[in-house]
Write a protein that binds this ligand. Sequence first.
Ligand SMILES: NC(=O)c1ccc[n+]([C@@H]2O[C@H](COP(=O)([O-])OP(=O)(O)OC[C@H]3O[C@@H](n4cnc5c(N)ncnc54)[C@H](OP(=O)(O)O)[C@@H]3O)[C@@H](O)[C@H]2O)c1
Length: 269
Amino acid sequence: MTQQRVAIVTGASSGIGMETAVAFARRSYAVVLAARRADRLGQVADRCRSAGGEPWVLPTDVTDRKQVQALVDGTVHRLGRVDVMVNNAGIGLCARVHETAEADLRRIFETNFFGVFYGCLAVAPVMIRQRSGHIFNMSSIIGKRGTPFHGAYCATKFAVVGLSDSMRVEMRAYGVRVTCVCPALTATELFEHSRRDQAARSSFRRFKGLMPASAVARGIVGAVGKNRPEIVFSTGGKLLALVAALSPRLTDAMMWLYYANLTQRLKAD
Ligand SMILES: NC(=O)c1ccc[n+]([C@@H]2O[C@H](COP(=O)([O-])OP(=O)(O)OC[C@H]3O[C@@H](n4cnc5c(N)ncnc54)[C@H](OP(=O)(O)O)[C@@H]3O)[C@@H](O)[C@H]2O)c1
């Protein structure tokens, strides 16, 4: 059994999850790395070791509740506790709502929503028993305002916000914190892995001003133990959330300009 603090990070094989795992390793956490690609997790484990942490690789598909339960049970069995659970694994989908296939919608919910839900279900009893712990659920700034081309993705991220808001209040009596993480566009492999509309996908990839994944990781690690209902990144992200809450009509007008501009660019490509 370790006396170290223990963090589980899902989706740790690339992007935000990878940087978050390394950031926890730098703070000397025992870090449990979960995702499907074991080879990539091995590379992340090497980075964690160089950063001073003790990584443990547990390949996991978050769409399978039994595997997520085994991830948490295995961690408790080996390391004795879970201080931080980062339910980060996710996939993208670029498509207009009326062109979205039902199978694609179900698939993205299985990963982005049910993956988070299974993580919460598995870790909640452990943290309740400990009377401590911090759960981070990955949403997005577009989990607070829907944007064109991302209706299905936004729906999963809105669902994560709702789940997290409810759970935060329910877990308070046990000393367990729940924070919803809402990054803006971040430079990761997400766009490479997004399904459907190729043109839209490549257009988002060329978007200027992407945040580095390490900035999101710093935000997560820095919030551990703090009473942060949500972390919204970037000034643009904060402004969007504010304007969307104050004036849905103004936000629609802004979104229309953005959509018209993007549609023009897609035609030109
Ligand atoms: N990039 C952005 O602009 C942005 C903005 C806001 C929020 N986010 C959110 O941030 C999270 C991380 O995404 P990212 O941007 O870092 O993209 P990424 O580099 O593509 O990372 C996604 C991670 O999720 C894992 N994953 C996907 N399906 C999985 C499954 N079924 N089981 C286990 N792991 C799975 C992937 O690993 P394997 O393929 O090895 O399983 C990978 O490690 C996602 O929830 C995303 O929605 C991203």
